[in-house]
Design a protein around this ligand. Structure first.
Ligand code: ATP
Length: 245
């Protein structure tokens, strides 16, 4: 990877809620055609980083950059226009709306007309045929895994260069998790998007990503090669220290 490949980065990012600092001084890069993992247990600060990268929460310190340009204070819709798409944890789809309406809403920020958006929806259907078959049904009738596919499809409607996925496997059966992760792999490896994959499961992430950042108690405890034993050792070291205090 060269520095030109870095599409999205966080440098010394500090973020939280009001006066509370939830994440301290975190560095992270997402590069073209690469999958970056962001790991950590419950409450480690992963979603806080996600929110600051997406512009959903303000950064308290540090910078977020897009291809080297600072975007720390840009609102979410401007980041979306640059090519950043997000799939938030648990906020999968508009359940009362049809699958097709969900996709068209996903492309709203592009300001394209309905015809162009329908064209884009066709490419989402080609990727997820189950959505095509049921396009006029309410999204609430889909299974959890299918709703996650639809949420990813919605994000792809803006034809992003980078996609941030916050725990896309949460609440899904293991066989469905494997399907979702296949999609994540295709997006990064085969289609050249930059992907940030947030998850809690060390083995799941280590087998899939190119590089990993591990957060514990709001601080980076490991950064680099996705080696499961090394990641576990780093996570356990923090908790051993905390336990001894
Ligand atoms: P999970 O895997 O459970 O989603 P996480 O690693 O994404 O956890 P965050 O959701 O980023 O962790 O939370 C980091 C810290 O910030 C936690 O201590 C959490 O309690 C706190 N926190 C999260 N959201 C808020 C909020 N809206 N207001 C105040 N504190 C918050």
């Amino acid at each position: 990877m060269t520095t030109e490949d870095v599409t999205l980065s966080a440098e010394g990012l500090r973020a939280g809620y009001g006066d509370l600092v939830a994440v301290w001084d975190t560095d992270l890069t997402v590069h073209r055609g690469g999958i970056t993992g962001l790991l950590g247990r419950n409450g480690a600060g992963k979603s806080t980083v996600f929110r600051a990268l997406a512009g959903l929460s303000p950064a308290q310190r540090g910078a977020v950059r897009w291809k080297g340009e600072e975007i720390t204070h840009l609102p979410p819709y401007r980041r979306s226009a640059l090519g950043l798409a997000v799939v938030q944890e648990g906020k999968r789809v508009f359940r009362q709306r049809t699958i097709e309406e969900n996709l068209l809403l996903g492309g709203f920020s592009t300001r394209l007309g309905r015809r162009a958006l329908r064209e884009r929806a066709r490419s989402v259907y080609a990727r997820f045929p189950v959505l095509a078959d049921r396009r006029h049904e309410p999204a609430g009738g889909l299974s959890g895994g299918q709703q996650q596919m639809l949420a990813i499809g919605q994000a792809l409607m803006s034809e992003p260069e980078v996609i941030l996925l916050d725990e896309p496997s949460a609440g899904l059966a293991p066989s469905v998790v494997a399907e979702v992760l296949d999609v994540v792999q295709q997006l990064g490896r085969d289609e050249g998007l930059g992907v940030l994959l947030i998850e809690q499961d060390v083995d799941l992430v280590a087998g899939l990503v190119d590089t990993v950042t591990v957060l514990e108690l709001g601080r980076v405890v490991y950064h680099g090669e996705p080696s499961a034993p090394r990641i576990r050792a780093a996570m356990e070291a923090v908790h051993a220290t905390e336990g001894a205090k």
